[in-house]
Design a protein around this ligand. Structure first.
Ligand SMILES: [Mn+2]
Length: 355
């Protein structure tokens, strides 16, 4: 069973696993037979969208996703299927779409989600990647005996998550002395109400480390909204011809009192606050040796600092925190590199401050 799941927005108090056993309660079903099957679906989705307060953009995105899902059934899913729609108001109000077909299934679930990949048959090739990008959550299951299942969710803007706290970030990176290419890399992307941070250290240093890290970055660029466990699994597959990387991924949420961290190998992560907490990393190397891993949530109070850095920086700064912390993130990251950076390795630090 090939499974892919992508949840872009954190829903408070709902475990991730809840979406893997969807109940059929409250769904309205629509048969998919031909190109006209889309019209009743679009009308009903529009009605449901109004009920939960989707705005114009959200309704437009849902419409495109629906069209792509139905067109996928017609072109690649054997031409027949079923679509289901319902709304759920129990948490953040949301419109849920399920589509099933009885075609051949999907051989490579990651590949069909790559932008520019075409499943052939004259499609524009942007179908499923577009659904993945436009919806707040997207899941697909390809069954071993044929057929595919898709689930996509559009959430109304969660006004109740309005926030009074602000995250700031600063990054500082330098390659090993005498080396031109940096084997470290970082990713920092601010979403609506959350931020995705990744720190990557290619094994060793120099051009090959640089190559592995850049390949990881180009995939994170495309798939940063996936849940972190799936993202690291994807990177592991994409990097199998490289020397591999270690990686730490951090997600922060403006309105929530925690951050989520997922890490493999030698990346140092810590929250410096009333109490210091170090992040747990799993053993392994992305690209060559990876066991099952889990994201972990860590409480984070306002005014705390979070820092991720590569092993090119000595961890001893933590005991001498007030020599480098002057209430300014930029000077903090620069001073850490200058005072605690090792000359014989690439060194990178990303620090965040929740004010
Ligand atoms: Mn290193």
């Amino acid at each position: 069973v090939a499974l892919f799941e992508n949840i872009q927005k954190k829903i408070p108090a709902v475990p991730f696993s809840s979406s893997s056993s969807p109940k059929k309660d409250g769904f309205i079903e629509f048969p998919i037979n031909d190109e006209y099957s889309i019209y009743p679906l679009l009308r009903f989705a529009d009605e449901l969208g109004k009920t939960i307060g989707l705005n114009k953009v959200q309704k437009g995105e849902t419409e495109i996703a629906l069209k792509e899902l139905i067109s996928n059934v017609l072109k690649h899913g054997g031409g027949k299927g079923i679509a289901r729609l319902r709304i759920d108001k129990s948490q953040i109000p949301q419109l849920e779409i399920e589509v099933e077909d009885w075609g051949k299934g999907i051989l490579d679930v990651y590949k069909v989600l790559d932008d520019g990949y075409s499943t052939g048959g004259g499609g524009i090739g942007g179908g499923l990647p577009a659904v993945n990008r436009l919806m707040d959550s997207f899941k697909l299951i390809s069954r071993p005996n044929g057929g595919a299942y898709f689930r996509a969710v559009k959430m109304a803007s969660p006004e109740n998550l309005a926030s009074d706290s602000i995250w700031r970030f600063s990054v500082y990176s330098q390659p090993r002395v005498s080396e031109e290419e940096n084997g470290d890399g970082y990713f920092l992307r601010r979403g609506g109400k959350n931020t995705v941070v990744a720190l990557i250290d290619g094994l060793g240093h120099g051009i090959e480390a640089h190559y592995a890290t850049q390949l990881a970055l180009s995939n994170i660029e495309k798939f940063h909204h996936w849940n972190e466990e799936d993202l690291i699994q994807l990177l592991h597959e994409k990097l199998h011809n490289t020397r591999g990387v270690v990686i730490g991924i951090l997600k922060t949420y403006d309105a929530l009192g925690y951050v989520r961290y997922t890490g493999i190998g030698n990346i140092f992560g810590v929250i410096v606050g009333k109490k210091n907490v170090s992040f747990l990393n799993y053993n392994g190397t992305v690209g060559s040796r990876l066991r099952k891993l889990k994201s972990i949530e860590y409480p984070m109070e306002n005014d705390a600092i979070v820092a991720l850095h590569s092993d090119g920086i000595s961890m001893s700064w933590l005991e001498r925190f007030y020599e480098v912390w002057k209430g300014n993130l930029q000077s903090f990251t620069r001073d850490i590199i200058q005072k605690f950076g090792r000359k014989n390795d690439d060194a990178t630090i990303i620090a965040g401050w929740k004010k």
